[in-house]
Design a protein around this ligand. Structure first.
Ligand code: UDP
Length: 314
């Protein structure tokens, strides 16, 4: 597993260990944390592009590829970091998998591959027109995976995450540069921030604020385990992962108030560049093909788990 010291990777690593898999986490700790690697997983601190060949020579039945640069804003001002860090590294990983005959790949793709949607909920067949470099690099990797599956018989699944939140078993969101709504709002509740700025109040939505589809990180991890089981040789399957329900930024802030009991002062600020008004997944394909259904889809549950993690870390 690459990137297993990061947020989503650490929860997936924990679930894989708990379900009896032998897990090796490769992570350069550029954004991850060594103490987020769960007990029972072997940890290798290395650059994936450099280490993949030697590691895969040991013989593995699959790779889960989480490692990536994932800050949308940064991707626009430092594209090389994203084209090299995401695409080049993934191409090296694919080459090493081919060389050593590693049969299966589950890749962390993103809703950002779609860009501004023409229709919601978003189907996997929707046009892919990313509006930022981060999404473009993830889409480029998806294309490369499709080619490898066809040409070399790789069994591949890309999972397009919508808005991941929540925590599991002491593993949660710990980004040094935090840009995501829920962890920022919880920082206000913790007293480490004064207020939340809600970006935009004049979107064409019911309450004027953006709508997003929040998925619990534990449900996301469950989908990865199912994807490993359902990967088919020579095929590249793509699934959206969200709950199919949207919540507005106002609703998120209000639910955080209810969960934390903190007043959470909020102000409205200018729209953030590149933010689509509504991003909601159709999760039907994941349900039908993978047999996946989210069990912690309720926003209060998602936020409560994130809050418990945030408070425990102090
Ligand atoms: N957002 C906000 N204030 C913040 C951070 C985010 O209003 O301090 C909004 C953002 O504009 C978007 C929503 O919250 O409408 C979700 O943003 P996030 O960065 O969490 O995820 P994204 O949907 O961009 O992947």
């Amino acid at each position: 597993m690459t990137g297993g010291a990061g947020y989503v990777g650490s929860v997936c690593a924990a679930r894989l260990v708990e379900t009896g898999h032998d897990v090796v986490v490769v992570d350069d700790l550029s954004t991850g944390h060594e103490d987020a690697v769960p007990e029972g997983a072997r940890f290798v601190r290395a650059d994936i592009g450099e280490a993949a060949g030697d590691l895969l020579a040991e013989g593995y039945d699959g790779v889960l590829h989480f490692a990536a640069k994932s800050l949308v804003g940064e991707s626009m001002v430092d594209p090389a970091k994203y084209w090299n860090g995401n695409v080049l590294t993934s191409l090296k990983l694919l080459a090493a998998m081919r060389e050593h005959g590693t049969p299966r790949l589950v890749f962390s793709s993103t809703a950002a591959t779609y860009g501004e949607p023409e229709q919601v909920p978003i189907l996997e067949t929707a046009p892919t027109r990313p509006t930022n470099t981060y999404g473009a690099t993830k889409l480029a990797i998806d294309h490369a995976i499709t080619s490898y599956a066809k040409a070399h018989g790789l069994a591949a699944v890309s999972l397009r995450y919508f808005n991941v939140a929540g925590a599991y078993g002491g593993f949660g969101e710990r980004h040094t540069t935090e840009t995501h709504l829920i962890p920022i709002v919880l920082q206000v509740a913790m007293g480490t921030r004064d207020k939340i700025s809600i970006y935009g109040e004049d979107y064409p939505t019911a309450d004027g604020t953006c709508v997003r589809d929040y998925i619990h990180v534990l449900d996301l991890a469950a989908a990865h385990l199912l994807a490993l089981e359902h990967a088919v040789k020579g095929e590249h399957q793509v699934f959206n992962l969200g709950t199919g329900t949207g919540f507005s930024n106002r609703q998120v802030v209000q639910t955080c108030r209810e969960v934390t009991g903190h007043p959470i002062p909020a102000e409205f600020a200018a729209r953030r560049a590149g933010d689509p008004a509504v991003l909601v997944a159709s999760a039907d394909a994941a349900a039908e093909v993978l047999g996946w259904s989210p069990e912690r889809a309720d926003l209060t549950t998602i936020i409560s788990d994130a809050w418990e993690f945030t408070r425990a870390r102090g």
